[in-house]
Design a protein around this ligand. Structure first.
Ligand code: NAD
Ligand code: IPM
Ligand code: MN
Length: 348
């Protein structure tokens, strides 16, 4: 039995996670998938009610009692500081040391690609985003805040250990999954200290993987190349912020944020799965949000937990839904969030 903590969060996070949970229940009922799901109400509502974002002892509990976490999205216009999202989402990524953020970019139906003359085979790569360092660590501050002389500092923290482990993970993934090409991307021409470390570590790590064709592109060039010819990429590895930006760009190549799942992993430990998208406040409560990213994230979770067949069943059902136009309006369909979830369940 594997235990999964479910954190629906805010806005459409709640709606899409409801559908992902429905799909997991369908697999549990029909296939006897041995899962126990426990839901937590962490999010803006609770934060506004009693000031709690990530409860005391919450991280320890997740680490000790659960093998996986399925999370929706955090962000609410009533919390302009975004403090609860930082505490919960980044709190879990950092607190559980989930250093691998894996974001697949896979075209499942050619009609969803905004590039001309491309086939499904041309857009199929995985982004590995460093997930515990970089500009996200929260080191910095403001001086003379609010005055005309204000100074703002946000430090970019990169460690040899942190850079090396994400590079090694990406190379290992490429080797294990039969992917031959890996591209590391940084901005070492403009950031010689922080990204000089990425360069030197990359030059060192790549020597250990002679079977993998590895190369480097600056992030600006990579952004251009991914659009010009996405078929040249199989595995991309980059820092936290660049990975964040690149993953939304990648999402749009395959149909948009409503279709983009992600995994936050520390191999062998409790790991967290989520759609790439946010809480989309304007869409919330309208049964319009696309639940497929969350459902695919649940699939990535099952794969991580070792339930490979159930994971492929989800993948197949989602591809079927796209081919048959059983989708929400963002993908040109006429179904609501709940109806897409029902359709996926009916295909399993
Ligand atoms: P967003 O991802 O919520 O929305 C961006 C655009 O994509 C919007 O037009 C939205 O309608 C659309 N979209 C997103 N998900 C969709 C779905 N499932 N189906 C259909 N359309 C979808 O990003 P944003 O507007 O920049 O941020 C809104 C809030 O979410 C902010 O508070 C932000 O900080 C937060 N956020 C949270 C996460 C997370 O929890 N992982 C990720 C990104 C943003
Ligand atoms: C994501 C989100 C988060 C990030 C935000 C909400 C802090 O955009 O998961 O991609 O930047 O990592
Ligand atoms: Mn993002």
């Amino acid at each position: 039995m594997k235990r999964v903590a479910v954190i629906p969060g805010d806005g459409i996070g709640v709606e899409v996670i409801t559908e992902a949970v429905k799909v997991l229940h369908a697999l549990m009922d029909r296939r006897g998938l041995p899962l126990e799901l426990v839901t937590f109400d962490w999010g803006a509502e609770k934060y506004l009610r009693d000031g709690t974002s990530l409860p005391d002892g919450g991280l320890e509990m997740l680490r000790r009692e659960f093998q996986a976490i399925l999370i929706g999205a955090l962000g609410d216009p009533r919390v302009p500081s975004n403090q609860h999202a930082v505490d919960i989402l980044l709190g879990i990524r950092f607190g559980l040391d989930l250093y691998v953020n894996q974001r697949p970019v896979k075209l499942r139906d050619v009609r969803l690609c905004p590039l001309k003359d491309r086939s499904e085979r041309d857009v199929d790569f995985v982004i590995f985003r460093e997930n515990t360092e970089g500009l996200y660590v929260g080191v910095g501050g403001n001086f003379k805040r609010g005055s005309e002389d204000e100074v703002a500092l946000q430090e970019d923290v990169n460690t040899r250990r942190g850079v090396e482990r994400i590079l090694v993970h990406a190379f290992e993934y490429a080797g294990n999954r039969g992917r031959k090409r890996l591209c590391m991307s940084d901005k070492s021409n403009a950031m010689p200290h922080a990204h000089g470390l990425w360069q030197r570590t990359f030059q060192d790590v790549r020597k250990r993987y002679p079977g993998i064709e590895s190369r480097h592109l600056y992030i600006d060039t990579l952004a251009m190349e991914v659009i010009r010819d996405p078929s040249q990429f199989e595995v991309i590895v980059t820092c936290n912020l660049f990975g964040d930006i690149l993953s939304d760009l990648g999402a749009q190549l395959v149909g948009g944020l409503g279709l983009a799942p992600s995994a936050n992993i520390h191999p062998g430990h409790a790991s967290m799965f989520e759609p790439v998208h946010g809480s989309a406040p304007a869409l919330a409560g309208k049964n319009l949000a696309n639940p497929l990213a969350a459902i695919l994230a649940a699939g990535m979770m099952l794969d991580y937990l070792g339930y490979r067949e159930a994971a492929s069943d989800i993948e197949r059902a989602v591809t079927d839904a796209l081919r048959r136009g059983q989708t929400t309006p963002d993908l040109g369909g006429k179904l609501g969030t709940k109806e897409v979830g029902d359709w996926i369940c009916s295909r399993l």
